[in-house]
Each structure stands twice: as C-alpha cells, then as structure tokens.
Design a protein around this ligand. Structure first.
Ligand code: KIV
Length: 287
C-alpha cells in the first residue's frame, strides 16, 4: 500500500469548510462536497459552551462532543462510564456555544449495543434534547443495523473504526490493523459503514498506509486520529491539542499551547495577590 497525493482543492475556496466565507450552519452535504473537492479539514472535541464558542469562532467546521469527556472532562479513567444523561447535558451546552459548526454527539458505551431500537431511542434523544446535528457510534459490521436504522430515521451517522475506546477492556490502547487480516477487516468495516449510510468514518490509531487506502476506497470522508496524513480530515481531543491534559498525551497528538501551565500560573498569581493583600485593588472596588 502506498500513500497517494490528495487531489488538489478546488479554486473556489469560498465554499471551504475551513477558511471559507460561509456563515450558515455546516451540514453533512457540505462535508460530502469537501471530499469531492479534496479539501482537508479539522475537527476538535468540546465539552462545554465556552470552549465550543472559541472553536466555532476559530472556524472549526465540525465539533465532536466525544465520550472522551469521560477522561478529559469528568474525571473518569476511561470513556466507558459516560452516561446518556452526561452526554445529553454537555452536548446541549456545546450546541448553545456554536453558530456555524456541525455538532456531532457521541453515543456512549451501553447506549446502542443492545440493538437498533436502543440506538434510535438514544440518538433521537441527542438530536431532540441536545440539538446535535449528527451522532457517532463505534464499530463497523457490529454496528451496521444501528447505522442503517438511524440513517433511515434521518439521523446522520459518523462511524468510528480502528481503535474503539469503548472496547478498551478487550482491545487495550494499541495500533489496530497491523496484520493483513486486520487490515482487510478494517477496509471491509469502512465500506460496510459507508454502504449503511454513514456520512464519515473516524479512523483511530491505524497505520498511515492503511488509513490512506481506506480514504481512497471510500466516497465519504475519513477523519484520522493517529492515522497519518492520508485521511480527509484530522481530529484531536481539545485538551490534548491545547496542552490542558495532565500527564502523558498520546504520541499522535500535537500540542499547540500549554494551557495547563498558563492556567496554573494564573491561579498561583491570583493566590499570591490574595495572600499578599494586593487583590482586590482600588480599581476592583465599589464605594
Ligand atoms: O471521544 C472522542 O473524543 C473521540 C475522538 C477521539 C474521535 O471519539
């Protein structure tokens, strides 16, 4: 398998998902058009209205309310404990914080594995109560019936393949698709998700050559995380990208800021001011 150069973006950059002139809400049709143009685009996670508004204003076209909120926002060790109540509550906040981005809500572990009817009930809740514009679920073949029913019901579905963190207890956190058989399975899972009507596929922690081959084989976009440069889009967990996550971050993450240090410095400066009697000063005081 070899990496193939992506097609050149069209000259009409006014329609671009990122950097385009459009101000209306992005739709799944815009996402499909970006694939046809060969445009590469960014996706970030968000778990609250304020952060989502920053990303929306920065022009991020797709925001994922990921179940990574479990580890990155709610203090769980994994994504597994995240509930529908938590997902609905935080997804609604993210939607309120955005005007342009397409907001995708994750279906958490246990909210769709029982079958298509359970998936439809919970996806409907995210669409109606939280106002998300699409949902994401993990698994190719194993989640096909769910994907088909949601799509039939008019709910756009983003599929998630490769490393699927909700299966951490069986899979661990390792690169997927390294053997010929696993690569073949990933490719057929991706095609099955596309045939079932998914509008995009996340590829997490798979070899770059395989991710590029999947990308060439599909007419829907692939969104890579730890999947090399050959996918149509790239997603990062925002707290990793902005350097807020404590401890070790995955090697595939690029850190664009060090918010943990900046916030810690701000908190320490405030504490010093208070303990030294320098805050509040006259300009912060009413008489
Ligand atoms: O939950 C999440 O943040 C995700 C991304 C890593 C794709 O699923």
């Amino acid at each position: 398998m070899t990496l193939q150069a992506a097609p050149k973006p069209s000259a009409d950059s006014s329609k671009a998902l990122y950097g385009g002139k459009g101000t209306r809400r992005i739709t799944v049709h815009d996402i499909a058009a970006a694939k046809a143009r060969g445009e590469k685009w960014p996706m970030l996670t968000a778990y609250d209205a304020m952060t989502a508004s920053v990303f929306d204003e920065a022009g991020i076209p797709v925001i994922l309310v990921g179940d990574s909120m479990g580890n990155c926002h709610l203090g769980y060790e994994t994504t597994v404990p995240v509930t529908m109540d938590e997902m609905t509550f935080l997804s609604a906040a993210v939607v309120r914080g955005t005007q342009r981005a397409l907001v995708v809500g994750d279906l958490p572990f246990g909210s769709y594995q029982e079958g298509p009817v359970q998936a439809l009930r919970n996806a409907t809740r995210l669409i109606k109560d939280a106002g998300v514009h699409a949902v994401k679920l993990e698994g190719g073949e194993r989640s096909l019936a769910q994907t088909e029913l949601l799509v039939q019901a008019g709910i756009p579905v983003m599929s998630h393949l490769g490393l699927t963190p909700q299966s951490v207890n069986t899979m661990g956190y390792r690169v997927q698709g390294r053997t010929d058989e696993a690569a073949h399975r990933l490719l057929s899972d991706a095609k099955a998700a596309q045939d079932a009507g998914a509008f995009a596929v996340v590829l997490e922690l798979v070899p770059a050559e395989l991710a590029a081959e999947v990308t060439r084989s599909l007419h829907i976009p692939t969104i890579g995380i730890g999947a090399g440069a050959g996918t149509d889009a790239q997603v990062l967990v925002w707290t990793d990208m902005a350097g807020l996550t404590g401890g070790k971050v995955p090697r595939f993450t690029k850190q664009y800021a060090n918010l943990r240090e900046t916030l810690g410095d701000a908190a320490r400066a405030f504490a010093e001011d208070v303990s030294g009697g320098e805050f509040p000063a006259e300009e912060h005081t009413f008489h």
